[in-house]
Write a protein that binds this ligand. Structure first.
Ligand SMILES: NC(=O)c1ccc[n+]([C@@H]2O[C@H](COP(=O)([O-])OP(=O)(O)OC[C@H]3O[C@@H](n4cnc5c(N)ncnc54)[C@H](O)[C@@H]3O)[C@@H](O)[C@H]2O)c1
Length: 248
């Protein structure tokens, strides 16, 4: 079989670059997508892969990386939708709607538009797998309420889309890391360490991403915490009278 193809968005740094390196080391073709051309290009060169300079929060940016990958490799086996940012604003005095929308575009639009751009080509080429980076704050409350809401949205999207995507041969899962030692947390790193929060290395998130993909399941939210094996979150099933079974 020819080498499988990974596309990772936000692949210039942090979790995304660790994922690119891990799959490269396992013999995959790697496509790195990022808005940072310098760092993204460097990661792609290191992996002898393709770099696509695109804004992953727009429909045109998502179509651009899907088309560039199909032009070079003819298919996508795993699309890791990994772009995400923290919000600077919060509910209260001085709330900044533009900053809130910037964060929602990065965390939710990038997932919705990425799935929309990729699922058709995956279906037409016999199937594929999509992994979306959420967070443990997508599974529980957090002081970062707006970020947490965006990451809950990602988990809801993944679990709700999974049955329909499976019918066309596409699996979709969420990756839910705890605090990861990347640039995103640079401002908070010292405070987290002082508070005794275990930081996950980006390389360990990449190992978990591969395990989540390899498990062959769909609709799962894979929790990645320091010192613990990656495992799918156990959701509570609820029954509402008169409705089909739903889960929360
Ligand atoms: N670091 C953590 O503690 C942590 C924990 C849980 C989940 N996450 C999630 O993991 C993912 C990766 O985070 P990270 O810590 O590696 O962050 P990071 O800031 O180190 O890397 C994010 C990458 O995304 C790129 N990017 C941002 N906006 C983009 C856009 N519009 N188009 C293309 N590229 C864009 C950046 O240039 C950067 O290379 C995010 O979704 C984040 O929310 C992070």
């Amino acid at each position: 079989m020819s080498r499988p193809v990974l596309v990772v968005t936000g692949g210039a740094g942090g979790i995304g670059s660790a994922v690119a390196r891990r799959f490269d080391a396992q013999g995959w073709h790697v496509v790195v997508v990022d808005r940072d051309a310098e760092r993204g290009g460097a990661v792609a060169r290191e992996c002898t892969g393709l770099f696509v300079h695109a804004d992953a929060t727009t429909t045109s940016g998502c179509e651009q990386y899907v088309e560039a990958t199909l032009a070079k490799h003819g298919r996508i086996d795993l699309l890791h939708l990994n772009v995400g940012v923290l919000a600077r604003t919060s509910i209260g005095e001085g709330f900044d709607p533009a900053d809130y929308q910037r964060m929602m575009r990065a965390n939710v639009d990038s997932a919705v538009f990425g799935v929309q751009a990729a699922f058709g080509p995956m279906r037409d080429r016999g199937g594929g797998s999509i992994l979306v980076t959420s967070s443990t704050t997508g599974l529980r409350p957090s002081p970062d309420a707006l970020y947490s809401a965006s990451k809950h949205a990602v988990v809801g999207l993944v679990r709700s889309l999974a049955p329909a995507l499976l019918e066309v041969g596409v699996r979709i899962n969420a990756l839910c890391p705890g605090a990861v030692d990347t640039a995103m947390l640079a401002d908070r790193r010292d405070a987290l360490v002082r508070a005794g929060v275990g930081l996950v290395a980006p390389e360990d998130v990449a190992t978990a991403a591969q395990a989540a993909h390899d498990a062959g399941r769909t609709g799962q939210a894979w929790v990645v915490n320091a010192g613990l094996a990656v495992a799918p979150h156990k959701f509570t099933e609820i029954l509402i009278e008169g409705e089909a079974r739903i889960q929360r």
